[in-house]
Structure formats: C-alpha cells, structure tokens
Design a protein around this ligand. Structure first.
Ligand code: ADP
Length: 547
C-alpha cells in the first residue's frame, strides 16, 4: 500500500519560490567586483532569476545543457544558481584559481555551452576563449558601462542586457527530482579533476540536512556570510539552505582579506560565517592587530581542512564565537559531519569541550559512515582504532560524471555501495569522527602510522608559526619519518630546537619530526588547502639528519 500524500518533486526552484513568497523582504547584500555594495531582496532575486531563465532559453539552450560560471560570491552568481538549475539546465561552477589548461580541460569535459564570468576574469577568458571547444556564448556578468570597448572574445554578451531584454514571466518547470542540477569538479590533486554531478533531489535534501540545529543551525534570524566560494562545492550548500530558511545573505565578492571581511561582518550584522582555516587565519590576524571584536557573529563554520586547535581556542575563548568544525567533500555535497555537543556533553569542562570540537564531529542525518582496516573489515568505534573512512547517503556521489572505467564505490556483503573518502579516521563511542590523515598523506614509520594533521595542529599552536605542513621523507631504517615544513609569521623567529622542544609532552617521542625545514611560503591549492603533494616534490631527495 502506498502512502496517500502529495507527490511533489524536490526541485531547486521550490527553494526560491518559498523564499520569494515567505521571506520576500529579506536582504541579499553583495560586495561587487565593481567595488560598491549592492543590496536587494529575495523578491528581486526571484524576479531576476526568472528573467535569466528566459534569457538562457533565448540563447537556444535545452534541458540539461551546462552553463559554466567563473565568478565570486555575489547576487548575479546566485541568480545563475537558480535561473540555470531551476529551468532544467545544469549549473557548472568553475574554480578560477585553477591553471588555465585545467579550466579548458574541465569546461570541455563538462561540455559547457555558455560561460558566464565576473569582470575580474575578463583577462583570463580573453586568453583562453578560443581554446574552449564547446562554449558558444560568453557572458560578462556586468552592465553595459563595464563592457570592454574591444575584446578578443567572440560574441561577448552583456549579462544585464540579457536580463533587460527578457520577460519576467516564467513558470518554473516541474520534472523528475533526480534530474541533474549542478556540476562541480574536485580540485584534482592527483590526476585530472573529476566531475561530481548533483541532482535536484540530492541538493534539496542536503539543504535540509545542512540547516538543522545540530548541523549549521540556520534560521531566518541569521545573516549568513559564506566566505567559502560558490565555485567550491556550492559554497557548502549555503545559497540553497539560506532560501530554505529565509536567512539574510551577505556575499563578500572578491575581497577576502581580513579587514574587508570584518568590515562586512560588522556593517551587515553577520551572525554566521563559513570558510576554510586559511581564510580565518587572515581574519583573526586582522582583528587581533586592530583590537577589533565580533559584535554580531555567533558561529563560524570551519572546514575543508582541519581547524587548528589554536584557531578554535581563539574564536571560542578570545571572541566568544562558537566554532562549528565541519567535515565533508565535493563528493558529499559537501556536508558529512559537524562537531556539535550532545546533551550529555553540556557539563564537560571547557578543556573537554575544546577536545570534542577538535574532532570533525558527528554524522548528520543523511550520512552514514564507517571505518575499515586494510582488509576491508569494519573497525570498532573506540576512539583509538583508525582506518579508512567510508560514507553513504542520498547526497553522496554514486559515480563520476563523464568518466571511463569502474566507479569508486566499494560494495559490502549486503550489496550496499560505500564511497571511500580517502581519509583516515577514528570514531569515538559517542560517534565523533576524527580525521588523522588522508590516505596519501599518512606517514608510515616502522609499520605504524603517524598523523601528519596532529603534528601540524600542534606546530600551528606555536606563537611564531604561521603555517606548518608535515610530510613523509623516506628513511633507511623506519621506511618513512616526518619532516616538519614551517612558514614563520612575518618578523618572528624560532629555531629548529625551539620548535621541536614545543612538542615536548604533546606527542609520543617517536612522533617527533626528525627535522624542521623553514620556507618562505607553503603552496596553497585552488581551494585554499596546503598542497602537500607539491611540498613532497620540493623536498624530493631530502636527507634527514637521522638517516
Ligand atoms: P579536494 O581535496 O579535492 O579539494 P574537497 O574540497 O572535496 O576536495 O576536500 C575534501 C577533503 O578535505 C576531505 O576528504 C578531507 O581530507 C579534507 N577535509 C575537509 N574538511 C576537513 C576537516 N574539517 N578536517 C580535516 N580534513 C578535512
């Protein structure tokens, strides 16, 4: 017997329809590439998204064709999120920080028909336009006044002209909720990037999952500022969840330095922000140096790589901002776990609470996880056994887009498919997952694993260290031993012995790095993470003093 409730497909357009009808006056504020602050409401967003849907149809696009974007976080990008996906096209957000060769490869692999881009990226698109093999229309996301007088881009279109010439009358089409909605490529630290193709259903379910109190805890009383780019896993789903709850949205545009962000937080009464640790480092440094405060900010979501304990402590203790340490992946839409306390942990001491928040947290509803040993057997949740982390759920990838060969899933004895995350983790009896490494970064010393993340986290607590990466160096006796690569804060000094001394009592003796190398810069990838593969190349052939 089937249930007798309405069968309504879960479509991305329904989020916007809800926001327009029920939160029409809520503001969306954007720092524009053009330099000024732009503000309008969800009602105007919805109206312009409908115009955009008509304009895209006018370009001759048909269902499921890909619309590429090269853009910062801003209202026009938001219009594309809804205008493209809502009308049955696939929004493809490209990461402008990738190498142009990779961008061309990705756009070709995706079969993008249109490329919409911010003014910032005009030189990039001018240099690459003729190399794309499927793009028919280039659209500059600006008004007529900002269009270049001369350009090598064929048939360059003006975004505001397109909207002006299109009708506002548009009925969002209804279709199968499993239809593809958007496409995002992983950053490809190994080999070519891989396309993750989200569906309307996976996106809407993820929006619910992300909004609940034990996840990002979003509501219409919030003003949310995603620092995480809309080209990096849909800004962790915030553009969708914000519509679902009717939160005010604040977009930082291209200005991601500490001062610009802090100014915007204060001016717009931002209550929640989300970003990777490297961005928060700049923010904290600015606030500390200027003696500033966070007068409205209550929570900050930190993820993408491990939140250093020193950062956690600074936000919570110095600024009274609650840290939501979150873990996820492009392949997971991205949210998997969030480190929020359970009812039984409320009486813990401040130190114990920080220890809980140091973990990547508990699985949110919609995500199941387990850890396995090298033979594939499930490991206990005792907070000690560490193994490869596998996940499954309705917003977890099943197979990569347009890619030959076997899919990534591993099937268990019950025939259920699990996605191997490539992360190594422990899980506590209470279900708190703690990432100790990525499988490719783990340091194998004498048959035992050393957590490179734990070493880095400790090093980053040293007052003179700005950034630290721990990598494996081959060793004749132990197979591999840790080398700590350190970037000092400007004007600060610390010797190797002093840094190694800082580890005293914090790690087992055999975890202590065998050497410390000082560098002026640690390379960051396109999503703001340390590129340890690059460092491993740089230190190829390095001789440890213990070798
Ligand atoms: P890529 O590494 O290709 O950029 P993602 O941006 O999807 O892909 O990154 C996913 C990976 O980032 C995870 O598998 C994990 O290794 C790492 N990661 C994400 N959040 C955290 C976190 N809170 N702590 C530690 N690692 C994290």
């Amino acid at each position: 017997m089937l249930g007798q409730m309405m069968s309504q497909p879960l479509l991305i357009s329904s989020l916007l329809v809800h926001a327009e009808r029920h939160h029409g006056d809520r503001e969306i504020v954007s720092r524009r590439v053009e330099g000024d602050i732009h503000r309008y409401t969800y009602r105007e967003l919805a109206s312009r998204a409908r115009r955009l849907a008509n304009a895209l149809a006018g370009l001759g696009l048909s269902a499921s064709q890909r619309v590429g974007t090269l853009a910062w976080n801003g209202y026009r990008h938001m219009e594309l999120y809804y205008g493209a996906s809502g009308s049955g096209l696939v929004l493809h957000t490209l990461n402008p920080r990738l190498h142009p060769d990779q961008l061309v490869w990705i756009a070709d692999n995706a079969g993008d028909q249109v490329l919409c881009f911010d003014l910032t990226f005009l030189p990039l698109v001018e240099a690459t336009a003729k190399r794309f093999s499927t793009i028919k229309h280039f659209v500059l996301m600006a008004d007529r006044d900002h269009m270049p007088a001369e350009t090598g881009i064929p048939n360059l279109l003006c975004y505001e002209d397109l909207l002006e010439g299109a009708s506002e009358d548009y009925d969002w089409p209804q279709f199968d909720e499993n239809t593809a909605s958007s496409l995002c490529y992983t950053s490809g630290t190994t080999g070519n990037p891989k396309g993750v193709l989200y569906s309307h259903r996976s996106t809407v379910l993820h929006s619910y999952g992300a909004a609940v109190p034990d996840a990002l805890n979003l509501s219409s009383r919030d003003a949310v500022l995603p620092v995480v780019p809309m080209f990096h896993v849909n800004a962790w789903g915030i553009p969708y969840s914000a519509c679902l709850v009717g939160a005010k949205l604040v977009f930082p545009g291209p200005a991601l330095d500490g001062k610009s962000l802090h100014d915007l937080f204060e001016a717009e009464g931002v209550t929640v922000a989300a970003g990777v640790p490297t961005v928060w480092q700049g923010l904290l440094a600015h606030v500390e140096a200027s003696g500033g405060k966070f007068t409205s900010m209550r929570r900050t979501v930190i993820g993408g790589s491990a939140c250093p304990p020193a950062m956690l402590r600074a936000f919570e203790e110095d600024y009274d901002v609650t840290v939501l340490h979150a873990w996820g992946m492009t392949e997971m839409s991205p949210l998997g776990t969030v480190s929020t306390l359970t009812g039984t942990q409320l009486d813990l001491s401040p130190e114990e609470i920080l220890a809980v928040k140091n973990t990547q947290g508990r699985a949110i509803y919609g995500v199941d996880m387990k850890i396995i040993d090298e033979a594939g057997a499930e490991l206990p949740w005792d907070g000690k056994a560490s193994g490869e982390l596998l996940v499954r759920g309705p917003w977890v990838l099943d197979s990569y887009y347009n890619r030959e060969g076997d899919g990534p899933l591993r099937f268990d004895s019950a025939g259920l498919g699990w996605f191997p995350t490539g992360d190594v983790a422990t899980i506590s009896p209470e279900g708190f997952m703690h990432i100790t490494d990525r499988t490719k970064d783990v340091i194998k010393s004498g048959g035992e694993w050393i957590s490179s993340i734990d070493i880095e986290n400790i090093a980053m607590g040293h007052p003179a260290i700005a950034m630290a990466a721990c990598i494996a160096i081959p060793h004749p006796k132990w197979d591999e031993r840790p080398l700590l690569v350190v970037m000092l804060k400007p004007g600060m000094e610390a010797s190797k012995d002093e840094i190694l001394g800082y580890f005293d009592g914090k790690v087992a003796k055999w975890w202590l790095p065998d050497d410390v190398a000082f560098v002026s810069d640690i390379p960051l990838g396109a999503t703001g993470k340390m590129q340890k593969n690059k460092l491993r190349e740089d230190f190829d052939g390095y001789e440890l003093p213990t070798a």
